[in-house]
Design a binder for this molecule. Structure first.
Ligand code: ZN
Length: 209
């Protein structure tokens, strides 16, 4: 699987799946053995996630969702759930790395064209709820997830379906954009895997998006 490793000043190691790519952040001050152990553990986790996703049903291809239809959906879901103030909805085209995002300053929600087209309806509902809920909690704290869970108790499953759909769209790929160059980019090749020591405290894995 495609991987991207960034070495940072962060105290904790993190990993997430973005589309079909496993993105890892590794503390650069950690001893090499601990870095390798974290990378090995994340890689195993990423592969497990990928095969779990691959086992999910494939969304049928569907006509492109219009901005009008999407905007109506967002308004309806907002009214039914969190009832936050937001400024508008956009459909983005360029990026494969994010399914959706909300600009907390402008309060505009942007959804990737590749994420929404053909997305099963309930997974799309999750995606919309996910972004709207960030206007209450601008993070992924437990308080944030409590809000999401309150309005969608099966959000974990829907998140997987959304991620799977997005990963497939990314694989089908109409020329995905190359990832933005990052500072401290690690060599493209993964270090050799080896059974490392116990991971330091603070080691964690992030969820899908
Ligand atoms: Zn989020």
């Amino acid at each position: 699987m495609e991987t991207q490793i960034t070495y940072t000043k962060a105290r904790t190691a993190r990993a997430r799946l973005r589309g079909a790519c496993l993105v890892m952040t590794i503390p650069r001050h950690w001893p090499r053995a601990e870095q390798d152990a974290a990378i090995a553990k994340f890689t195993k986790w990423g592969q497990k996630q990928s095969s779990a996703l691959a086992a999910l049903p494939v969304a049928p291809s569907a006509p492109p969702l219009s901005l009008e239809v999407l905007s109506d959906m967002v308004a309806r879901i907002n009214a039914e759930t969190v009832q936050v103030h937001y400024a508008g909805v956009r459909i983005g085209n360029a990026r494969y790395t994010r399914l959706a995002q909300v600009n907390l300053k402008t309060k505009i929600l942007t959804f990737s064209r590749h994420a929404i087209d053909g997305m099963p309806e309930r997974a799309l509902r999750y995606l919309i709820l996910h972004e709207l809920a960030h206007l209450i909690h601008p993070n992924h704290s437990s308080a944030y997830w409590a809000v999401v869970c309150k309005h969608m108790p099966d959000y974990r499953e829907q998140r997987k379906i959304a991620q799977h759909h997005f990963a497939l769209a990314a694989q089908r790929g109409e020329t995905p954009e190359p990832p933005a160059p990052e500072k401290q980019a690690a060599p493209a090749k993964l270090p050799e895997l080896q059974p490392g020591p116990k991971l330091p405290p603070g080691f964690e894995q992030l969820s899908l998006f």
